[in-house]
Unconditional design. Sequence first.
Length: 348
Amino acid sequence: MTRDKNGLTYAAAGVDIDAGNALVEKIKPAAKRTSRAGVMAGLGGFGALFDLRAAGYQDPVLVAATDGVGTKLRIAIDTGLVDTIGIDLVAMCVNDLVCQGAEPLFFLDYFATGKLDVDQAARIVEGIAEGCVRSGCALIGGETAEMPGMYHAGDFDLAGFAVGALERGAELPSGVKVGDVLLGLASDGVHSNGYSLVRKVVEMSGLGWQADCPFGAGSLGAALLAPTRLYVRPALAAVRAGGVHALAHITGGGLTENLPRVIPEGLGCAIDLSSWDLPPVFGWLAERGGMEAGEMLKTFNSGIGMVLVVDAARADALEHMLSAEGETVCRLGAVVAGEGVAYSGSLF
């Protein structure tokens, strides 16, 4: 006796394994573009292999970082402009690694969505690959999770994981002292922190993402999606040149919260707010949101994406070198006796 069976399939439950396989094939060229010394095996296996000796390390210490891009994703999803959000993802991880004095070696991503759009996902991963190329690390693996019922239609989430290395004894911060000079490297806009407040300000303004940008060219949405600047290559060049005692990636918490993370107990920072020009996007956010300088400085990068704490005797040479590397450099102030960050001058 036989009877018809109308059994369920994984596809009928909303998960398309074939689409996932198609995505892997589509992104293989992007991953291959990021290959570097040390990569042994990449996409396709149950794990990715990396040879530290082949990468040139004798007595390495590993450094790991993980992060996402926060609610900046909401703007990317709503506008459909997803091509650079992967650069943000890489930058948020590798810019942290370099603050320990580490060279980023490899990167893995996690992409989760309710229903996989292969073309959209490929654009996102190609952005991740571009971030890896710019920072000299290899994209050697990741995970694509299709989870129907977990995300609204069209929504997705991203997380990134970076691993770097340094030779034992070269860890940062190290040797920070009174009189050290603070060299600030300009940001490329809001980067990837404070977007819950950014979106609230945009809501209050009554503008849509497609509206003309009130502080620059193009649409408002596109302007706010300017990718996070990657500081890895110039920062590592400065570290290798000598005289760098610490680096601070200016993310959530701004200058106010991030600089003290690399300054020893009993020391603080004196910063002259007039030493750099506030980028127009922050002026617009402050004006529209009625925000005071203190709120801006502990929420946003306010135009400074990375700070190097350097020996005063090396400050001129390092400033010149960083400028030659393409960075806009300003002398923010110095390390002083005390605690926390003391500001002088005016931000606006």
